[in-house]
Design a protein around this ligand. Structure first.
Ligand code: SF4
Ligand code: SF4
Length: 107
């Protein structure tokens, strides 16, 4: 399981640079750079849907990562094999403004 940090403070699931979800999905099927990836599980804080409250338990750095960025050297059959990654987007207001900062192109 990949350990990660996330600095997307506008996301409902973020707490102290950790994620309260049990799993996240990273998008970027055609990505050749970190900016072409994003966390598809982002939910804007205060969106009113209760997603933050419904998130399971404590913030964790051991969230399961399903990743569609198959051009990344850490991607193995859509699982992230990196030991430690960072999801970034300190000023993000949408999923598209987030990214996996640890993406490394295997192209
Ligand atoms: S942006 Fe993604 S990784 Fe970060 S807290 Fe939100 S759901 Fe979790
Ligand atoms: S490091 Fe690569 S495989 Fe892991 S989540 Fe980021 S883009 Fe996906």
């Amino acid at each position: 399981m990949t350990v990660f940090d996330c600095n997307v403070v506008n996301c409902s699931y973020n707490e102290n640079n950790c994620c309260r979800r049990n799993d996240i999905r990273v998008e970027g099927m055609q990505a050749k750079a970190p900016s072409e990836t994003c966390c598809a599980s982002y939910q804007h804080r205060g969106c009113g849907c209760g997603c933050g409250r419904n998130a399971a338990g404590e913030a964790s750095r051991n969230t399961e990562i399903m990743c569609e960025a198959v051009g990344c050297r850490f991607n193995d059959s859509k699982k992230c094999t990196a030991k430690h990654i960072g999801i970034t987007g300190g000023h993000a207001d949408s999923s598209r403004e987030t990214e996996c900062g640890s993406f490394e192109c295997c192209c």
